[in-house]
Design a protein around this ligand. Structure first.
Ligand code: PMP
Length: 300
């Protein structure tokens, strides 16, 4: 297998050499921001939106990314070219950088920028055909007025606790509520429900990350003339929905067929979920930034 190149601190290094200091505040305190991005057949899906979210997250925590957005775009594209990847998962991390053991972020003078591209382990096809079971968990989403869910920070303990609970319950994903008991999202995905011909997803202020996949699904649904709304809802609405699905960069669009033991709809992926997944998979090869501009891009 050929060498995997990782962008670290201004240069490309091998996986073995891609190491950071134990004094990096990203390591010591989860002080930093990140993005998870996908490239499909040489098209970096909605790259601009990911970059905008990264810079907004950084601004919110007063982390000044040394590169301009254009330079960051170039670094991401270069990482893919260097590895000759057309289909990959990309992780962009910007940590506060090396400081001392104190909390003060202003001791960290050089934010650390890391770009990892990896060929992905795709979720099994059967999962999309059969749908997945989820459970609601006791851990609640961080209050959005304490740590905004819009900040995609390196502090994922909240989500990790949720994932642990889901795993202990024998399922892979969870339904996370906010502090008031309203449905927020999954451990690393947004949630949608369908009832009749109305599709709903919680608004950002409930405590959900503004997912890029979520926004793409909203755009696709609107283009198709579907009635899609950002609205607050409860677990009862999830239990009694005709369809439930999760969205995220890694999972794309996946049907949920059981929640806390309640079968959703017919217990199989519903028509809206299937249609939106199909349309999403068409969009991913065109909506974004081309890594190999002169090459004929093949559909996935
Ligand atoms: N919520 C959380 C907490 C996440 O970590 C993610 C993954 N980035 C999502 C939702 C889905 O967002 P996206 O579609 O941008 O991957």
């Amino acid at each position: 297998m050929s060498e995997q190149w990782i962008y670290l601190d201004g240069k490309f290094v091998t996986k073995k050499d891609a190491v950071v200091s134990v004094y990096d505040h990203g390591f010591l305190y989860g002080d930093g921001v990140f993005e998870g991005i996908r490239v499909y057949s040489g098209n970096v899906f909605r790259l601009q939106e990911h970059i905008d979210r990264l810079y907004d997250s950084a601004k919110s925590i007063m982390l000044s990314i040394p590169q301009t957005k254009e330079e960051m775009t170039e670094i991401i594209v270069e990482t893919l070219r260097k590895n000759e990847y057309k289909d990959a998962y990309i992780r962009v991390v910007v940590s506060r950088g090396v400081g001392n053991l104190g909390l003060d972020p202003f001791t960290c003078k050089n934010p650390q920028v890391i770009v990892i591209a990896e060929q992905l382990a795709l979720y099994p096809k059967e999962m999309y055909e059969s749908g997945i079971d989820i459970v609601s968990v006791a851990s609640r989403r961080n209050r959005s007025d304490v740590l905004s869910p819009k900040v995609k920070s390196l502090n994922y303990l909240n989500n990790i606790l949720v994932k642990i609970e889901a795993n202990l319950a024998g399922v892979g994903e969870a339904l996370m509520l906010n502090d008031q008991g309203y449905v927020a999202e999954g451990s690393a995905d947004n949630i949608f429900i369908v009832k009749g011909n109305v599709i709903k997803t919680p608004p950002g202020y409930v405590g959900a990350l503004e997912g890029i996949t979520r926004n793409a699904i909203i755009d696709i649904a609107k283009e198709k003339g579907f009635d899609i709304r950002e609205e607050v809802f409860t677990r009862h609405d999830v239990y009694t929905a005709d369809e439930v699905f999760l969205t995220g960069t890694a999972v794309e669009v996946i049907a949920v067929v059981k929640v806390d033991g309640r079968t959703i709809g017919e217990g199989t992926p519903g028509p809206y979920t299937k249609e939106l997944l199909e349309d999403f998979r068409k969009a991913v090869t065109s909506d974004g930034v081309k890594v190999y501009p002169n090459e004929k891009i093949q559909a996935v």
